[in-house]
Design a protein around this ligand. Structure first.
Ligand code: SF4
Length: 228
């Protein structure tokens, strides 16, 4: 984790982290951006969230939009019809049941339509400053297994295994570090092991093919580290 902390410096942040930073950790916008981000490229999530938040920034105003309007604003995120329905229903529940605020407890977040543990954990970490949660998405699941930190088949299992395997001070940072690394270096197909700062300590569990290309951004970071 210390090596990753240095190596991600200067790399592009994940979309939800950017939105969280730019919106001063507003829980509602973190929640909606995370809902939109599932199985969607970061640039698409960022653009769709920006369009949606220009029109509505609160559960009350967003809840007044029709599902069709939300669909048009968030297109082309994947499953945009499905997600538009979830956004609308989530806004309604936030207004009716939680006084128009995003709740700060896991059990209550899980009541919201379309919200699973991944989204709930990220909202708790980014918007509520929790240091007791780990958010596991596909990047975290894949890289934690490649690194041999866990041996798991599903992200929910990975979350529980990581609580046992990783020192608590790193829990809120695991998502930021591994998602950034997963988008830039330890990609799903053809990871860039030849350019990775973790190569000396990584058993590469399950990796059969690696990229032959050189990654300019990572080379820059690696050289800077070596010179330090
Ligand atoms: S060495 Fe390869 S498999 Fe291991 S973390 Fe780096 S890119 Fe991923």
């Amino acid at each position: 984790m210390r090596a990753l902390a240095k190596a991600i410096d200067g790399l592009e942040l994940p979309a939800v982290e950017k939105i969280s930073e730019s919106q001063e950790e507003d829980p509602f916008q973190v929640l909606i951006a995370t809902l939109l981000s599932a199985r969607t490229q970061d640039a698409t999530t960022l653009a769709a969230s920006t369009r949606l938040f220009k029109v509505a920034r609160t559960p009350r105003t967003m809840g007044r939009l029709t599902v069709k309007q939300i669909e048009r604003l968030i297109y082309p995120v994947s499953f945009y019809r499905h997600k538009a329905r979830h956004v609308k229903a989530t806004c309604r529940l936030l207004v009716d049941r939680f006084g128009g605020c995003v709740p700060g407890a896991m059990e209550q977040l899980l009541m919201l339509p379309g919200v699973g543990r991944k989204t709930a954990n990220l909202v708790l970490i980014l918007a509520f400053g929790s240091r007791r949660n780990i958010c596991v998405d596909t990047h975290v699941h894949r890289i934690a297994n490649r690194l041999g930190w866990v041996r798991t088949g599903m992200p929910d299992e990975t979350e529980q295994a990581l609580y046992a395997a990783i020192d608590g001070r790193w829990w809120p940072l695991i998502n930021l570090y591994l998602v950034t690394w997963g988008q830039n270096v330890c990609r799903p197909l053809y990871p860039r092991c030849g350019e990775c700062v973790l190569t000396p300590m990584c058993p590469r569990v399950g990796v059969t093919r690696v990229s032959k290309k050189r990654a300019t951004t990572v080379i820059t970071v690696t050289n800077r580290e070596q010179g330090a």
